[in-house]
Design a protein. Structure first.
Ligand code: DC
Length: 228
């Protein structure tokens, strides 16, 4: 890393590409803040579900996103959570991982006002530096000035296998096929949307993690960061 750099690492990629696992490990090693921006969009989707707002009603969802207070804190419990997420003060860290949220979050995160509200908060946190920020548009939109941009990818089959294992460990009921269908649908919405679609920044390093262990991925990113 260049002397005087803020220490901003942007980690983007499709669902279940390893961003969270790698981002957490990397942040721990560097003693940086780990910030998973996906939890914010998930919280908006959960708030909509809880208050009965139709996910196709863009104006109502946008107003909701601008009204709710989302707090993302370091994990408060050693129960495997990656952060503690509060929605208007209530702990929703696990509720945002439910299939009802998976089903609508891509659609909701495509709305302009929803993105504007979330990006403003993310940028404020990211610019403080010493941060590993994880998402879909961190290197392209949220923090284009990042010191290092990495785009993690993996085959759909491998990502489905990883997400399925993760859900099973929490007692999830979905089949592998259902997980794969859901991921493919989210990929399509996340990459096809007009606003900040999922794609690597021009200056991002793309890593295909399909056949790589987390340790190997981490070594590669650490060496890119050191030699940056
Ligand atoms: O990473 P995740 O699966 O928790 O993300 C949930 C959804 O949020 C995903 O479908 C796309 C959206 N998202 C986004 O649009 N921009 C981000 N920076 C992070 C997530």
């Amino acid at each position: 890393m260049k002397p005087g750099a803020a220490g901003i690492i942007a980690l983007d990629g499709p669902a279940a590409s390893g961003k969270t696992t790698i981002g957490r490990m990397l942040a721990a090693r560097l003693a940086y803040l780990f910030f998973d921006t996906g939890v914010m969009y998930r919280t908006v989707a959960l708030a909509a579900y809880q208050s009965g707002v139709d996910p196709t009603d863009e104006a109502a969802i946008s107003a909701l996103a601008e009204k709710i207070v989302i707090d993302v804190l370091p994990p408060a419990d050693g129960d495997g959570r990656t952060s503690t997420v509060l929605l208007d003060g209530e702990d929703v860290s696990w509720a945002i991982r439910e299939p009802v949220v998976d089903a609508t979050v891509s659609q909701i995160s495509a709305y302009r006002r929803v993105r504007a509200a979330m990006v403003a908060q993310q940028r404020k946190i990211g610019l403080r530096g010493k941060v590993v920020m994880v998402g879909r548009d961190i290197g392209t939109v949220v923090l284009p000035e990042a010191d290092l941009k990495v785009y993690l990818d993996a085959s759909l089959a491998e990502r489905s296998r990883r997400r399925f294992a993760e859900l099973q460990s929490r007692g999830g009921k979905q089949t592998l096929q259902e997980v794969q269908t859901g991921l493919a649908r989210r990929d399509e919405v996340d990459s096809g949307r007009d606003l900040s679609p999922l794609h690597p920044a021009e200056d991002a390093v793309i890593i295909d993690t399909t056949a790589m262990t987390p340790e190997k991925i981490l070594k590669k990113i650490e060496s890119l960061f050191e030699n940056n």
